[in-house]
Structure formats: structure tokens, C-alpha cells
Design a protein around this ligand. Structure first.
Ligand SMILES: [Zn+2]
Length: 374
């Protein structure tokens, strides 16, 4: 493959150093768009075990070579070189920085103080000027954090902020993750729910304007807050910025065939946004369910034991139907060896714990409650 034939360039971004001096790097692939259509940033594998996004990026690169690309597209597989290589026995850990214990996807940066000076200074300015000025403010702010933070940054912040600097340059951000053992689902800001129907994903979580340290929030909350601040002053701004966390299924798995299906799902959305030309991609007809983040419930195991997970993902589970049965061989013969676990309300199971052995209080399932059709 000659990358130049496809307007594809590759850089290697230096995101940190190990004790031995070995460099931590991530590859950055870029397509240059043929017009000034919306630009896109896609990354994968911020959590070490969530590897399937790398396969989706591979399939996106393969597909994009043959498509007319109108907006700039940046793709970053292996976004977290520490998490990616963080093995313990047969398993990849890589959800938390092993030194600080902080979740790798809670280290991005948000600065609400950027907003009010722009509202004051640009209240009557054209929307395109406001957009350009605020985008530059976000980039300057993250650059300042990276280069002039006198007390330094943690390993994870240094990685996250450099990724965020790439993400702030784009109009559309997709962060590719997976659950532990999981169905596909999409984290979508509430204002962008129409766009969720262009992904071939049956389950959408609608998330509020609250920053909790994740990349999707770090890239949509500032724009959402900016439009709200302008609205408070009577100015209606329509800024077309969207960020999603795409949960591709289960961790510790690569499936290139499924990755092609998911790459086409992403291309369907990008075609809808005008990033790629043509009409080749049509969203699948499916029942799409959504729930608000507050109604996305973790169900904690009421007891320790060995779990036989029974509830199928993605389909409404009536109240009283079993989620799982828990085996307790210590009770066999003189107690109950088998316990059925159910909920008193209808839910849609989305994911469950990766192991069959659980302590009392382990997060057993995550479920949509009070769900509705999108
Ligand atoms: Zn993740």
C-alpha cells in the first residue's frame, strides 16, 4: 500500500516515557478531506482490554481508501500504550492507572472559565467567528495545560491531554470502547439523539451536560455550555459538534468481520454528516432503545458465589424473570445451593461482569431501566 495514493499520512505521537527511557507512542493516521466538510477524530483502546476498536479503525482505513472523503479524518488506534500493554497473567487490566488507581477515561480536562469572556466579547458576532474563537480557546487551554503546568502532569493526564488536543481540532469525536461482556451501545449527548439513529446500534444512553472526566464529555460539554451561556443572553447558537462513546461489545476480543460491520455503521453516520460523499450507506432498520444516564442502573450482586448469567442482552426482560442464578456449593445438602436473582421491574440487560465468580456487592449487570424507543 502506498499511503500517498489515498491522501493518508501517518505520524507517531510521543505521549510519555517509561522509567527505562523507552518512549510511549501512539500512531496517528490522517486523511485530508477534499472540501471543508466537518472534521472527525476517532480513537480506540483507551482502556487496555477494550481492543476491538483497533480492528474497527483498521476496517475504517480499508474502507476510506475507496471513498470520497470531504472532511479531515484523524484515526488513533492504541490510544493508551500503558493500558494496552498492562497484562496480569492471561488478562489485560488497563482500566485504571496502576499507580494512581484512576480510570484512564476520567483524566481529560475541562475549563468552564473559558466560556463567559467569549459570551461577553462575541455576543453579536457571526456564529462562524464564535466557533473559530472558542475552538482556538479550547486548543490554547489544553496546550497551556500540557506545556506550562508548573507542577507537572500524571502519566495518564499527559496521554489524555495530547489525545484531547487532537480531538478539539475536530467537529465530530468518536471514542471506541467495549464493555466487559457486553452488547453494543452508544453514549450520546441528549441534544444529539437524532444522530444516534444513523449508527447500527440498538441501545443508546442519553447523557446530560455534566463533565466527569471522559473524552466524549470533554469535547461536547464545552460546546453545550457555550450554547447555553449564549441562550441565557438571548442569543440562539446552533453549533454542530457531536461526540460519542461507542461501546463495541466485549473486551479482550478481536473480530475483524464484526469490525467491518461496525466500521460501516460509523461510515453511515459520517455520510449523514457529510464527511464522506455518496449515498452508499443506509442505516439498518431496527428497534432502537434509549434511556437517560440516570436510568442506566448497575445491579450489585446480593450474595457471593458462582454466577450462571441467564438474561440475554438487548431484549426487554420482564419483571420477575431471572437475570442470573448463583451457585453456592458450600450450601449443598444442608442449605440452598442454587439462588435465582431477578428484579421487580422490567429492564434491558446491556452488559455483565466478566467473571463467573463474584463477591457480594460485585457489579453483576448493567441495565436500562425506564427505557423507551428512540
Ligand atoms: Zn472503556
Amino acid at each position: 500500500m502506498n499511503m500517498a495514493d489515498y491522501q493518508l499520512t501517518k505520524d507517531v505521537m510521543h505521549v510519555g516515557e517509561m522509567a527505562s527511557g523507552a518512549k510511549l507512542t501512539v500512531p496517528v493516521y490522517r486523511f485530508k478531506g477534499k472540501s471543508n466538510a466537518q472534521s472527525v477524530y476517532i480513537q480506540a483502546n483507551m482502556h487496555g482490554a477494550e481492543v476491538q476498536g483497533n480492528a474497527v479503525i483498521y476496517q475504517l482505513l480499508e474502507q476510506l481508501r475507496d471513498l470520497k472523503i470531504l472532511g479531515d479524518i484523524t484515526l488513533v488506534p492504541y490510544a493508551n500504550p500503558v493500558g494496552c500493554n498492562h497484562k496480569n497473567g492471561e488478562y489485560t487490566l488497563g482500566r485504571f492507572d496502576p499507580i494512581t488507581g484512576v480510570n484512564w477515561n476520567r483524566m481529560y480536562h475541562n475549563n468552564p472559565e473559558l466560556i463567559s469572556p467569549i459570551v461577553e466579547q462575541y455576543l453579536d458576532a457571526p456564529a462562524s467567528d464564535i466557533e473559530a474563537v472558542f475552538k482556538q480557546a479550547l486548543l490554547d487551554d489544553i496546550t497551556e495545560q500540557l506545556d506550562h503546568n508548573i507542577f507537572g502532569l500524571t502519566t495518564g493526564q499527559r496521554i489524555a491531554y495530547q489525545l484531547q488536543k487532537l480531538a478539539h481540532q475536530a467537529d465530530i469525536v468518536l471514542d471506541l470502547h467495549t464493555g466487559p461482556i457486553s452488547s453494543k451501545h452508544l453514549y450520546c449527548p441528549e441534544y444529539a439523539k437524532e444522530s444516534a439513529s444513523f449508527f447500527n446500534i440498538e441501545h443508546t444512553l442519553l447523557i446530560p451536560n455534566e463533565f466527569d472526566g471522559a473524552l466524549d464529555e470533554a469535547t461536547f460539554c464545552p460546546w453545550w455550555s457555550l450554547t447555553e451561556a449564549f441562550a441565557d443572553k438571548g442569543r440562539k447558537l446552533l453549533l454542530d459538534k457531536e461526540s460519542f462513546t461507542v461501546e463495541l461489545g466485549s473486551q479482550e476480543q478481536i473480530d475483524l468481520d464484526v469490525a467491518l460491520v461496525d466500521a460501516k455503521s460509523i461510515l453511515t453516520y459520517l455520510q449523514h454528516k457529510g464527511v464522506i460523499a455518496g449515498g452508499d450507506f443506509v442505516p439498518d432498520v431496527m428497534t432502537r432503545y434509549a434511556c437517560y444516564l440516570a436510568d442506566y442502573k448497575a445491579f450489585y450482586s446480593p450474595m457471593g458465589g458462582m454466577v450462571d448469567y441467564l438474561a440475554a442482552f438487548g431484549k426487554p426482560l420482564p419483571a420477575g424473570e431471572p437475570l442470573a442464578r448463583i451457585l453456592r456449593m458450600d450450601n449443598y445438602g444442608d442449605g440452598d445451593a442454587l439462588h435465582y436473582i431477578s428484579l421487580d421491574k422490567e429492564v434491558i440487560p446491556i452488559l455483565h461482569f466478566a467473571s463467573a465468580s463474584v463477591n457480594q456487592g460485585t457489579e453483576l449487570y448493567k441495565v436500562f431501566s425506564d427505557f423507551f424507543e428512540l
